[in-house]
Design a protein around this ligand. Structure first.
Ligand code: BTN
Length: 239
């Protein structure tokens, strides 16, 4: 069973859980907060965290190599996808680990790993799911890119979601069974949206392209004017 520490207002569930992990907390220790004052997103972004949404971090000790961390993040998005999914509502995955409804973001995942050499000591899977996010809670352009379970007509309660998240994360956690990456990446591909163009941003590099496939390593292959390029890290921005 996941042991969930339920807290009120804290800086970031990922930060608190990292401290607990460094002090020897066991796998499946989790921290959930009402709201976060310093919620963090990918690429150094802020994650707006008003009360009313789900902010959860889960400690994993997957016994894997650091080179596998990026694929692990795809697996966790698959897990969150399954936990949120409800009959009749079509959700899509956006590389690497966003969950979208009608092109807008329902949930995001920030995976932070501690490594020693090639070995992964622990992984903190930080999951933010918008439950009822009122548009007014978000600044300007973010509001048009975000949505919530409520808006999508998904009615899981917070408790149902927690149970579903644990079940799905256990199913996709490589520590439970040897991972068939090829199959996992195929499954991820099945739920992704392959119909949009994006600008790929990585530092100062900007490339326009359309995602065409995910390879076995979890790299996204983009079709661009310069041919097909693999995207290993970075961000895709809609045009
Ligand atoms: C992203 O899409 O950029 C990832 C967002 C991850 C947000 C979650 S909320 C719980 C956990 N604590 C944080 O500070 N961030 C993650």
């Amino acid at each position: 069973m996941m042991i969930i520490h339920r807290l009120g207002s804290i800086s970031s569930t990922n930060d608190l859980l990292r401290e607990m992990a460094d002090n020897g907390a066991p796998e499946w220790t989790a921290v959930m907060a009402e709201n976060q004052t310093a919620g963090r997103g990918r690429m150094g972004r802020k994650w707006h965290s008003p009360p009313g949404n789900l902010y959860l971090s889960v400690l994993l000790r997957p016994g894997m190599e650091s080179g596998e961390l990026s694929r692990m993040s795809l697996l966790m998005s698959l897990a969150v996808y399954h936990a949120i999914s409800q009959k009749g509502v079509t959700l899509r995955l956006k590389w690497p680990n966003d969950i979208l409804w009608k092109g807008r973001k329902l949930a995001g995942i920030l995976l932070e790993g501690k490594t020693m050499g090639a070995e992964v000591i622990h992984v903190i899977a930080g999951i933010g799911i918008n439950l009822t996010m009122p548009r007014e809670a978000l600044p300007g352009d973010l509001a048009s890119h975000a949505t919530s379970l409520e808006e999508a007509g998904i009615v899981w309660s917070r408790e149902e979601l927690l149970t579903r998240l644990e079940t799905a994360m256990r199913r996709y956690s490589p520590s439970i069974r040897g991972m068939d990456w090829e199959r996992a990446m195929r499954e991820w591909s099945l739920h992704a949206d392959w119909t949009r163009d994006y600008v790929f941003m990585d530092g100062s590099r900007r490339v326009l392209g359309r995602p065409v496939e995910l390879n076995r390593e979890g790299h996204l292959i983009l079709e661009t004017d310069m041919g097909r390029i693999p995207v290993r890290s970075g961000d895709l921005v809609e045009i």
